[in-house]
Design a protein around this ligand. Structure first.
Ligand code: ZN
Ligand code: ZN
Length: 589
C-alpha cells in the first residue's frame, strides 16, 4: 500500500487547468474561470482553517504550519470538531457548484464528503471512546523534527512547544476511552510502545548538536523525559484495563448499521456493501474454476504425473506449492526488483499503455528499518505539501531476517508472484499513479483528501491489465498466480463483510482464507488481525478494481472507434486520487 501522496506545484497546475479550457475565451467560459478562481480562493481558506483545526493531520500531510499545537482530546475538543464541520459545510453550500468546471465540481464533493465524514466519525462512530490506538503522539513528533519544512533548530523549538502538554493529552485520552475493544487496546499498547524510539538517541543527539541555547536545550530535554513518562503511564493504564476483570469491553465487530455508514464515507464507491459482497462471492467461483483448469494442465509438469487429489481446491494448492519453490534468494531480491521495474517501464512504453515520462525519479531501495518486517515491499511518497523528494519503491532486506522467515516470504513471492508485487507497488501501480498525481492533478484537494478505493483499485487493476496486454507471455503459471492474487483481493472484501456484518467466527474465516484463497498460515493470522483492527478498508481493493473495469467498459462503448487504452489511462489518472464514482461522471455520460 502507498504511504503518502504526492505533491505538485499549484502554479503549474493552475496554468494546466486554464490551458485545457481552449484558446478562445468566450464570455461563458471566462465567467467560469472567475467562478473557478473564486472557488480556489475558498479552497485555500478552507484548507488553512482545516489544518489549523487538525494540526496532527497537518503534520502527516506536510503542511509545515500549526505544528506547535497539540489538541487535548477532551469533550470540548470533540464539540469543537462537530461545530467546525457544520460551519464549513454551510460555507461550502454558498459556493456555486453548478457553475464550476468539472475538476472543481469533484473537489467540491470531496470537501463535502470529508466534512460529513469527519462529523460522522466524531459524533456517531466515536472511535475515541473505543480505540486507544487513536491516541498516539509519536508519529507526528517524528515528522515535526524530521520534515524539511524549516531549519533543524526551528523544528526542535516547534517540537518543544508541541510536546509541552503530552501528560494532559494522555490523561484526557484515558478519560475519553469509555468502552474499549480488547483488540484496539492491544494495538494502542503496541503502537505507543513502538513509538518510544522517536524520543530516543536520534532526537537527543539532534538536540545536543543543535544551535539551541543551553536553556532551550534543557527545557526540551525535560519535556522529552516528561513525554516518555506520559506514554509509559498511558501504556501502563491500558495494560491494567486489559488485566482488570471489571473493564467493560465492546466487540471489535462494527455491526451492520455502522459498517454501512463507514463504507459510504470511507470508500465513496457506487457499490453497496451487499453488492460488493455478492460480486466478490460470484467472482471467487470464477477464479477458482479457472485455477482448477490451469492447475490440471500444469499437474503433469510439476508432479511427474502423481495421482491427482479428488478435491479440486487441494489439487490447486498442490500445484501452487510446487510453483512456489521457484523463487529469488534473500541477497538477490533487490536486483530482481530493479530489473523488473526496468522491464515493466519498457513494456508500458512498447505497448503504448501510457504517455510515459521516463524522467521522473522512481527509486528502488532497501526499506528504512522502522518500516521493516510488515510486508516485502511498499511504495513511499513525499507528503502532498512537501516540495521535494523522490518516489520510492521500498524492499525489505530479507538477508536480515531469520532463514525460515525469509524462505516463507520468498515462496509466497515466488518468481511469478513477485512480478505482481512490482506491478502493484511500482509500475504501473502505486508509484506510477502517485507520479501522475504529482504532475497532472489540477487541484490539491485530491492529493490531501485522497481516496483509498481509487488508489488501491488502480494498483489491483494494473495487475490484471498488464496480464491482458501480454506481460508474462501468457504463461499458465502467471495466470494461476494472478488468479490467486484476485482471490486475496476479493477475499479481503468477503471476510471484512462476514466478520463485521455477519458476525462469523474466527475458525470460519481462517478456514476460508486457507482453503478457498490458498493463503499460508502466517498470512491467515495477519489477515485476521488486520480485519479485527480495521473496518471497510479491506474492501477498497476489489471495489476499486471492479469500478475501474466497469468504467473502462463503458468508456470504450462511448468512444467507439476513437477508444484507446492509453487514452483511457491518461484521462482516468488526470483527475488525481479522486473517488472513481466522481471520475466516472466526468468520463462517461
Ligand atoms: Zn496497494
Ligand atoms: Zn526455497
Amino acid at each position: 500500500m502507498p504511504k503518502y501522496s504526492v505533491i505538485f506545484s499549484i502554479i503549474v497546475l493552475v496554468l494546466f487547468a486554464f490551458s485545457c479550457r481552449g484558446p478562445v475565451l468566450n464570455s461563458a467560459s471566462s465567467s467560469k474561470v472567475s467562478t473557478d478562481s473564486a472557488f480556489r480562493d475558498f479552497e485555500t481558506r478552507f484548507l488553512d482553517a482545516y489544518w489549523q483545526h487538525y494540526p496532527s493531520s497537518a503534520v502527516f500531510i506536510g503542511y509545515g504550519k500549526y505544528y506547535e499545537r497539540l489538541v487535548i482530546p477532551d469533550s470540548v475538543a470533540y464539540q469543537d470538531n462537530s461545530r467546525f464541520s457544520t460551519v464549513w459545510l454551510d460555507s461550502l453550500k454558498t459556493q456555486p457548484y453548478s457553475e464550476l468546471s468539472d475538476n472543481l465540481k469533484i473537489s467540491y464533493r470531496i470537501i463535502e464528503n470529508q466534512l460529513q465524514s469527519d462529523k460522522w466519525y466524531n459524533d456517531t462512530l466515536k472511535q475515541q471512546e473505543w480505540n486507544p490506538a487513536s491516541f498516539n503522539i509519536t508519529g507526528e513528533s517524528y515528522y515535526i523534527y524530521t520534515q524539511p519544512y524549516a531549519p533543524l533548530d526551528q523544528r526542535l523549538r516547534i517540537l518543544s512547544q508541541h510536546i509541552t502538554n503530552t501528560d494532559r493529552y494522555y490523561k484526557a485520552a484515558l478519560r475519553t476511552i469509555t468502552v474499549p475493544t480488547r483488540e484496539h487496546t492491544e494495538l494502542g499498547i503496541k503502537q505507543n510502545e513502538g513509538g518510544l524510539d522517536v524520543f530516543g538517541f536520534a532526537l537527543t543527539d539532534s538536540i545536543a548538536h543543535s544551535g539551541l541555547s543551553a536553556e532551550e536545550k534543557d527545557s526540551l530535554r525535560k519535556k522529552v523525559v516528561g513525554t516518555v513518562i506520559a506514554i509509559k503511564n498511558y501504556v501502563h493504564a491500558l495494560k491494567n484495563m486489559l488485566a482488570d476483570k471489571k473493564t467493560k469491553f465492546r466487540s471489535f465487530r462494527l455491526g451492520k448499521e455502522l459498517y454501512d455508514q463507514k463504507f459510504h464515507y470511507d470508500l465513496v464507491t457506487s457499490y453497496s456493501p451487499e453488492e460488493l459482497f455478492r460480486k466478490s462471492e460470484k467472482d471467487k467461483i470464477f477464479y477458482q474454476t479457472e485455477m482448477y483448469r490451469i492447475a490440471q494442465d500444469l499437474w503433469p509438469i510439476y508432479t511427474r504425473n502423481k495421482e491427482r487429489p479428488k478435491d479440486s481446491l487441494a489439487l490447486i494448492q498442490f500445484v501452487i506449492d510446487q510453483i512456489s519453490l521457484h523463487h529469488a534468494q534473500p541477497s538477490t531480491v533487490i536486483d530482481t526488483l530493479k530489473e523488473q521495474v526496468h522491464s515493466l517501464q519498457k513494456f508500458v512504453i512498447d505497448k503504448n499503455l501510457f504517455n510515459y515520462d521516463s524522467s521522473f525519479p522512481l527509486v528502488v531501495r532497501i526499506m528504512p528499518a522502522f518500516q521493516s518486517g510488515v510486508s516485502l515491499a511498499n511504495a513511499d511518497f513525499v507528503p502532498p505539501y512537501q516540495k521535494s523528494g523522490a518516489t520510492y519503491f521500498n524492499v525489505d532486506d530479507l538477508t536480515r531476517l531469520p532463514g525460515t522467515k525469509a524462505e516463507s516470504t520468498l515462496r509466497e513471492y515466488n518468481n511469478y508472484s513477485i512480478q505482481f508485487l512490482t506491478i502493484h507497488e511500482a509500475m504501473p501501480g502505486h508509484c506510477l499513479q502517485g507520479i501522475y498525481s504529482n504532475t497532472h492533478t489540477p487541484d490539491i484537494i485530491k492529493a490531501v483528501f485522497q481516496n483509498g478505493t481509487m488508489i488501491e483499485g488502480w494498483a489491483v487493476y494494473a495487475e490484471t491489465m498488464m496480464l491482458e496486454n501480454g506481460w508474462g507471455n501468457h504463461s499458465p503459471e502467471m495466470q494461476l498466480i494472478h488468479d490467486k492474487w484476485k482471490l486475496r483481493e476479493l477475499g479481503n472484501a468477503i471476510i471484512d463483510y462476514r466478520i463485521h456484518c455477519l458476525n462469523e467466527s474466527k475458525e470460519n474465516i481462517e478456514s476460508f482464507l486457507k482453503n478457498e484463497a490458498f493463503q499460508t498460515p502466517s498470512q491467515v493470522e495477519e489477515k485476521w488481525h488486520r480485519a479485527t483492527v480495521s473496518q471497510v478498508q479491506l474492501c477498497s481493493y476489489y471495489a476499486g478494481m471492479s469500478e475501474i473495469m466497469a468504467l473502462r467498459e463503458d468508456y470504450k462503448n462511448e468512444m467507439g472507434t476513437r477508444y484507446s487504452l492509453k487514452d483511457f489511462h491518461e484521462r482516468f489518472l488526470s483527475y488525481g486520487s479522486a473517488p472513481i464514482k466522481y471520475i466516472r461522471e466526468m468520463m462517461v455520460h
